[in-house]
Design a protein around this ligand. Structure first.
Ligand SMILES: [Fe+2]
Ligand SMILES: [Fe+2]
Length: 143
């Protein structure tokens, strides 16, 4: 079950990457309607993903390592930053501010990539053995 959790969340990162790339290329083409639509789909899937981490994964890690551990503190801050950035991008697209949207997407793409790497390389392998039942967390990723 440990490896299933790691695989499911890692696979979901890649699915999110694809949807984000779609929004980004639409914004680069100046197609703001398509970019907004793709970004909305991305944000909904990202909320499911971060929600699953916040509901099941972070608490399991914090129960073992304490609420003030550096790992979940960094990852929780990452989620706050990402939510803020994607809100800004949605606003820029809604106002047809293409250049700003594309610039923000470049920045946030890097932040997202670093966040995902830390989870895949350090956090998921550490938290997987701590979860009694990974089923609900994996199920929560599905639409
Ligand atoms: Fe995360
Ligand atoms: Fe994640």
């Amino acid at each position: 079950m440990d490896s299933q959790l790691i695989e499911s969340f890692t696979h979901h990162h890649r699915a999110l990457d694809d949807t984000f790339a779609e929004a980004r290329s639409a914004a680069e083409d100046g197609d703001f309607a398509r970019a907004s639509q793709a970004l909305q789909a991305f944000r909904e899937a990202l909320e499911r993903h971060m929600g699953a981490e916040e509901t099941w994964l972070f608490p399991a890690y914090e129960a073992q390592h304490g609420p003030d551990n550096a790992m979940t503190a960094i990852l929780r801050k990452g989620h706050r930053d990402l939510r803020g950035f994607f809100e800004e991008i949605a606003e820029a697209l809604a106002q047809a501010e293409g250049e700003e949207a594309v610039a923000l997407m470049g920045t946030v793409g890097q932040i997202l990539q670093h966040h995902d790497e830390k989870e895949e390389q350090e956090f998921y392998p550490a938290v997987a053995p701590l979860l009694k039942d990974a089923g609900p967390a994996i199920k929560a990723l599905e639409a």
